[in-house]
Write a protein that binds this ligand. Structure first.
Ligand SMILES: Cc1cc2nc3c(=O)[nH]c(=O)nc-3n(C[C@H](O)[C@H](O)[C@H](O)COP(=O)(O)OP(=O)(O)OC[C@H]3O[C@@H](n4cnc5c(N)ncnc54)[C@H](O)[C@@H]3O)c2cc1C
Length: 542
């Protein structure tokens, strides 16, 4: 079979946001660029296109508008606290520090591409035992991640140097070719025509995303604090995030680090309309729902709820004998608080329709709830506790849930609203009250109230699984995004001069710029930042 031979200045492997931003910056510098992308053209943009589009900025116009006082010093303190970096971590810390001082420049960069943000900033990952975001920093792209990619692709396609860009879809990059220790080519397969190709270039940028779409790798690198991996792990990542090029780079001496650090979610359900194998949908669980273990007991001792420490939720569920959980709520809670993390099921904001968006905040996400009722066996409704228990057991094919247990769990919450009780004794209620002090949360969270109220029936139980999402570790890079080699016996570390890694492939910078935890919205922003760094270095080198 004849091999196609391609030649360019810079070969970028992966057409997600990190690859696209690298390409834009290189076209600005008059480079000839080739993107090798395994997916179909309609999915150009990778995970960012499916994302919620939350972006982490410090001192943004939206923060200032809402009189939120923020500073780079405070953001750095929050980041380094939440990250709990390993004491030996070097490059991840350097990238984190550098990124925090650059968010205003990243804001300006996306803003110049006509990306707009919703005025209310969200307050996520506030932290529990480990402090997180001390102020709101999660800025929603108006149009979600879908709108972000739409704007970047529009910019790319109208670029005066667009003719210098070639994108090969349905092309899988498979391995590197070296000469005297230097990368000279990348080879692979045109999967549409079953034809091998080789691409020669001066510089190579790996932008292939993380490893979290490969459940075998996820299990292999499962963090020891999470004990053994759950029986079911849903895929909330890209189907081509398989870590193939991580392995190939390791084979040629690149340093891969922190693969055990992952940003997984606790409230995944099998996608009712899957687009890929084992596809998971990540719910934003209602703060007012009770979070129960497989027996129906409230997970504790301190009750767990969303938006404070995502890693802690995963840790708590993985401590259980069976590593899935249930959320118990009623119809009123579902309509006020149940949401999805991603561009899907968020039509109002995705389609930039303000009235539709506001309606969904006021009246609930009807489309989501109706879809789950109709098409998800993990979303159970009932008009009595007895019926609910029966259906929950039917769903798992067990008798794990006892009626008394569920009644006890509900009572442990509802008795806080009896006359004479001090509801602030319950940690979940305390956190809800605290969260509602912020306007952005008040609009989306019910004031604390009894769960078992007939007027708000049906009762709802949602069976949730751990969902694999983001790789916080990856290919180790220096501050120019150049790939670093495994240190020699003296601890000296050289770089691959013409090889770069950006975005999630690089653990969002340095092979792990988030440490153990992310303040959220930091992924898209660091993808842009690492891409800019690579492009600047390629452009400026002699
Ligand atoms: C539902 C969802 C919601 C999210 N919400 C947010 C959010 O609100 N805020 C935030 O900051 N982050 C969010 N994220 C995370 C963020 O979207 C990703 O971390 C980011 O988009 C990763 O971009 P990337 O370009 O590095 O990788 P990817 O988007 O994974 O792109 C990599 C590309 O490389 C291609 N590829 C892989 N291997 C090969 C190969 N061998 N040959 C050729 N091509 C290959 C893939 O097909 C893919 O297109 C979300 C993610 C998801 C899934």
């Amino acid at each position: 079979m004849k091999q196609t031979i391609l030649q360019t200045d810079v070969a970028i492997i992966g057409g997600g946001i990190a690859g696209i931003v690298t390409a834009i910056e290189l076209l600005d510098a008059n480079k000839k660029v080739l993107i090798i992308e395994r997916d179909h053209e309609k999915n150009f943009g990778g995970l960012a296109k499916e994302s919620f589009g939350g972006m982490f900025f410090v001192n943004s116009p939206q923060q200032k508008f809402s009189k939120i006082k923020d500073s780079e010093e405070q953001a750095k303190k929050d980041w380094f606290s939440f990250a709990e970096f390993d004491k030996n971590e070097v490059w991840g810390k350097k990238w984190a520090a550098e990124f925090i001082t650059s968010t205003q420049q990243i804001y300006d960069w996306v803003h110049a591409k006509k990306v707009k943000f919703f005025p209310v900033v969200h307050w996520v990952e506030r932290g529990l035992a480990i402090p997180g975001n001390s102020v709101p920093r999660f800025h929603m792209v108006w149009g979600t991640g879908h709108g972000l990619i739409e704007a970047l692709l529009k910019h790319l396609k109208s670029h005066p140097n667009y003719k210098n860009l070639k994108v090969l879809f349905e092309h899988k990059a498979a391995d590197f070719e070296l000469l005297n220790g230097r990368i000279i080519a990348i080879n692979g397969m045109d999967e549409k025509n079953n034809n091998p190709f080789v691409c020669k270039a001066t510089d190579f940028v790996v932008a292939t995303g993380g490893i979290n779409g490969n459940m075998q790798k996820v299990r292999e690198h499962w963090h020891k604090e999470w004990q053994t991996p759950p029986e079911v792990i849903l895929n909330g990542s890209h189907h081509f995030s398989d870590g193939l090029l991580h392995d190939k780079l390791e084979n040629i001496g690149a340093q891969i680090s922190n693969l055990n650090l992952m940003w997984n979610y606790a409230a995944g359900i099998p996608h009712p309309y899957p687009k890929r194998e084992n596809h998971g949908l990540s719910l934003v669980p209602p703060k007012s729902a009770l979070w129960l273990n497989f027996k129906g007991e409230r997970i504790g001792p301190s009750p767990i709820l969303t938006a404070f420490d995502t890693r802690h939720l995963v840790t708590k569920i993985c401590e259980q004998e069976k590593k899935y959980s249930w959320q118990l709520l009623n119809k009123k809670i579902a309509y006020k608080e149940l949401a999805v993390s991603g561009s899907e099921f968020n039509e109002g904001i995705k389609e930039k329709k303000i009235f539709k968006f506001l309606y969904s905040i006021l009246k609930g996400n009807k489309k989501l709830i109706k879809s789950l009722e109709k098409d998800s066996p993990n979303y159970i409704t009932a008009n009595s506790i007895e019926e609910l228990v029966q259906k929950m057991n039917e769903a798992t094919g067990t008798n794990d849930i006892k009626l008394e247990t569920i009644k006890k769990s509900i009572d442990s919450y509802d008795r806080n609203f009896e006359e004479g009780a001090d509801m602030m004794q319950d940690e979940q209620i305390r956190r809800i009250v605290k969260a509602r002090e912020y306007t952005g949360d008040k609009k989306r969270t019910l004031s604390p109230q009894k769960l078992d109220q007939k007027k708000h029936y049906p009762l709802i139980a949602i069976r949730e699984f751990i969902l694999s999402r983001k790789s916080l570790g990856g290919i180790q890079t220096n501050l120019q995004s150049q790939v670093l080699k495994i240190p020699d016996a003296q601890g000296q570390q050289e770089v691959f001069d013409n090889l770069y890694a950006v975005g999630e492939a690089a653990g969002f910078g340095g092979g792990g710029s988030h440490g153990k935890r992310a303040l959220e919205g930091t992924f898209l922003a660091t993808c842009i930042f690492t891409a800019q760094k690579a492009a600047a270095h390629i452009t400026n080198k002699k």
